[in-house]
Design a protein around this ligand. Sequence first.
Ligand code: NAP
Length: 242
Amino acid sequence: MKRVLITGASSGIGLQLARDYAADSWQVVACGRDREKLQRALAGTDSEFCVFDMQNRGECQAVLSAVVEPDLVILNAGTCEYVDDARHFDAALFERVIAANLIGTANCIAPLIGRIRAGGRLALVSSSVTFLPLTRSEAYGASKAGLDYLARTLAIDLAHHDIGISLIRPGFVDTPLTRKNDFPMPGRVSMAEASQAIRQGLARGKREICFPFAFITVMRLLSWLPRGIWFRLGQKMVGRPS
Ligand SMILES: NC(=O)c1ccc[n+]([C@@H]2O[C@H](COP(=O)([O-])OP(=O)(O)OC[C@H]3O[C@@H](n4cnc5c(N)ncnc54)[C@H](OP(=O)(O)O)[C@@H]3O)[C@@H](O)[C@H]2O)c1
């Protein structure tokens, strides 16, 4: 039986992935910060649970260095906070988002990378936000841009060790995280659609998994515009101070 380890498996995209892999007869190792939340969310599956805060390097090391070798690791856990007032830049917010999304992912990679079975795969969940600089996304975008670079360099350095790397860049997905957003989310897809796109891409060994197609195509086209043109378009999205 193939084994998949998923972080952020208590909610949203990670939970849907855990349920779908379990239904597809994979042994799921579901990770989160709250054991009861994980157990409730994945009741009815025979998932194993790993409980740790990925911002705590010691906890990550202790818990993840004891897991049975997985074939697939999906480092999906993450958070999003927007910068509401760039003139009063909140360095503590910036640190929180980088610590969770970027450092937290690194804390998981360290104990896991040597445990992935030969021929296995490590996937990092980034975001389509990194196609373009978007208003209020200073912290979230920087954390995900860091993940993009991390994934692309790991892909080069681990190719000789028979470990594949996939970078996952979703558009908007309807999850508890995005239900808090107060702005339009074009092309938003369901968690089931997101899970299907991710599982299909991973099964095909894709290096980058971007979805949904129409939204990503628009983001790609906009990212090819000269920077000055995007600067003017991007400014139109900025809320004016009241
Ligand atoms: N939803 C979207 O539109 C979208 C688009 C692009 C990228 N993404 C990315 O997809 C990933 C999942 O997002 P989602 O929308 O599914 O969010 P979500 O429903 O809020 O789920 C986030 C998950 O991450 C876990 N997590 C957060 N901080 C953690 C920490 N310090 N240690 C351990 N686990 C932690 C949460 O665990 P707890 O239950 O313990 O809080 C939860 O399981 C994120 O990396 C997000 O940036 C989402």
